[in-house]
Design a protein around this ligand. Sequence first.
Ligand code: ZN
Length: 201
Amino acid sequence: MSQSAGVTIVNVGYRSTNYWVVSAGASRLLVDLGFPGTMGMMRASLRRMSVPIEEIRYGLATHYHIDHAGAAQELKLAGVQLLVMESQVTAIPLMKTWTKPRDHYLDITRHDNTTVSFAESRALLGQLGIPGEILPTPGHSDDSVSLLLDDGSAFTGDLTHPALVGEDAARVVSESWRLLRDHGASRVYPGHGPVRPIHAE
Ligand SMILES: [Zn+2]
């Protein structure tokens, strides 16, 4: 667990994927939302890390791939409001095309989510007592977003290092990292692997 400015961060991840709970006291945001059909594992992990599920006000997927948003609808049924960024709306219905019946994926309903623009994100996070914003960070996918806290913590999902992608994608990926750095990102909380300092340009 890490802490700064009254905001705490815990990892409730499993299966080599990080799911971050960002909390201002009992006001909590879950960043990335579990594999399909794994609500039991999610509940156990939340319990283990002493996070009451009813205190999670919103769930945000960094992008709509099954390891990051597969249990979104299950979380909604457990009372977690789904926070959808404007650039993610069209990605949601594509999720089911990547799942197999054995995944037990529950399709995400679209009429009951909270959809906001990036410009509105700071005010919404402010309602939770979490100082920060949500930025569009495409590259790994068009719908990829990052949560950036004002203390420099950046939740980047699967945004890759520019050196690890092809030339075309590298430009988009580099732009996304630049945006994060320009907005003060210093520490990366990735979708997979350990927390690390942001790389130099
Ligand atoms: Zn992905």
